[in-house]
Design a protein around this ligand. Structure first.
Ligand SMILES: [Zn+2]
Length: 419
């Protein structure tokens, strides 16, 4: 087997339980014969001989050698098949071939020779995973080595699926971002659900720019922190309604080696994406719904004439919503909000735009100008609004960003220029 480089880095100080960093190796061959030989050699390595604590398990698409318990293996195979079903639909290609995996809990019972590749052992030892693929054209044969934690086998299985079915998993930002997403993918559920350590890391960090993520000189297996940024970008693009429609075609183009690029797809929307990306990172929390918090870039905003008024409907289960009003600091606005909403459908008592005693559920506002937001300010059911700055007025129900999805109800907000 020819391998030009081995993308393995030293283990990091951060625990791999946060995210299984990995190295995905696609050993592309220029020479078909070499590839064929390599595939034969590696295609069906002998299963580890039955040994104490180790066993082999099969499902429709996976062949797993592992030392986890039979019950754990059953659970793992179910999760892997479930995820494979989701990503096969997403990437519009049924999984072909069997993905062979070595999922290791205790390396001590895997003697020399029991793992076909020593690099796999090194990666498991470091607490991560490795996918080694023999790629020929648009197909491949992958073997996965993974620490038996919750996320790493799933992450690696995404790489393996991509390599076996497309012969590539794309550039690092996409390959690793999507593998991390696959780790967390659930059907019909767009809510963020990631390790709290990643949430905490992202929220306290200076955001990496889109350019750094997409074009940075970064490699697979570099650090779990970089994986977090890649996940964040892919999650946002896959779920935000402004970008989702173009994200899947972009990914399919990448995997099918079409002349596509991030810049080509999103270049014209760079300012909007940057704004929403930073917003997403700032408010990231488990339960966050990038789809419900998508920014409305289409709404036209107009200044209001003296004596005029308008009514805008604000939904409880969405993020910032455009009022259509271009407010000015030297104008005062009379606001009267009617209707009711709930922070939780299980709570029977609806709230007015004044919210509850703690201020939750209150109508709040923010001013958007030049891709910057003012501080959030309270509006409530009745107020005379003195805008903190000129710009576009956005409104929402004050609610934890992680639980917007279960809010119900609407408020009609009448905005009139004060006499
Ligand atoms: Zn990976």
């Amino acid at each position: 087997m020819i391998r030009s480089s081995v993308l393995i880095r030293s283990p990091w100080a951060m625990p791999a339980v946060i995210v299984g960093f990995c190295a995905a190796l696609a050993a592309a061959r220029a020479d078909a014969q070499t590839a064929a030989r390599g595939t034969t050699a590696r295609g069906t390595p002998p299963a580890a001989p039955a040994a104490a604590g180790r066993a082999d398990y099969r499902s429709q698409h996976f062949y797993v050698h592992t030392d986890i318990s039979a019950a754990e293996a059953k659970d793992l195979l179910e999760r892997l098949e479930y995820m494979l079903g989701l990503i096969s639909v997403y990437w519009q290609k049924p999984a072909s071939g069997i993905i062979e995996m070595y999922v290791v809990k205790d390396l001590a019972i895997w003697p020399a020779g029991s793992l076909p590749d020593e690099d796999g052992r090194l990666m498991i030892k470091a607490g991560g995973g490795l996918t080694i693929s023999q790629v020929l054209g648009n197909t491949g044969k992958s073997t996965v080595y993974a620490k038996a934690d919750h996320g790493t086998p799933q992450h690696e299985a995404v790489h393996a699926y991509c390599h076996q079915n497309f012969g590539t998993s794309g550039p690092t930002w996409y390959s690793e971002g999507m593998a991390e997403m696959g780790n967390y993918w659930r059907k019909n559920d767009a809510a963020v659900k990631i390790h709290e350590g990643i949430v905490a890391y992202i929220r306290k960090s200076e955001p990496k720019t889109l350019n750094e993520i997409v074009n940075g000189n970064e490699q697979t297996g570099d650090s779990w922190q970089n994986y977090a940024w890649r996940w964040a970008l892919c999650h946002l693009l896959a779920n935000n309604t402004n970008y989702a429609a173009n994200f899947r075609p972009l990914g399919l183009g990448i995997l099918n080696r079409k002349p596509v690029s991030f810049e080509q797809t999103y270049g014209a929307m760079a300012d909007q994406i940057s704004f929403e990306y930073v917003f997403f990172l700032k408010h990231l929390t488990n339960g966050y719904r990038a789809d419900l918090c998508s920014w409305d870039w289409k709404r036209k905003f107009l200044a209001m004439a003296p004596g005029s008024s308008r009514v805008v409907r604000v939904m409880a289960n969405k993020g910032w919503q455009p009022s259509g009003v271009l407010v000015k600091t030297d104008v005062e606005y009379e606001v009267n909000a009617t209707g009711s909403w709930k922070l939780d459908p299980k709570v029977t008592k609806p709230l007015t735009a004044d919210g509850d005693d703690a201020g939750e559920g209150k109508l709040v506002g923010v001013i958007f100008k030049d891709y910057q937001l003012s501080d959030e300010f309270e509006v409530g059911a009745t107020t005379t609004l003195k805008p903190p700055s000129d710009g576009q007025l956005f409104l929402r129900m004050k609610s934890d960003w992680g639980s917007i999805g279960d809010n119900t109800g609407t408020i009609d907000v009448k905005i009139a220029v004060a006499k």
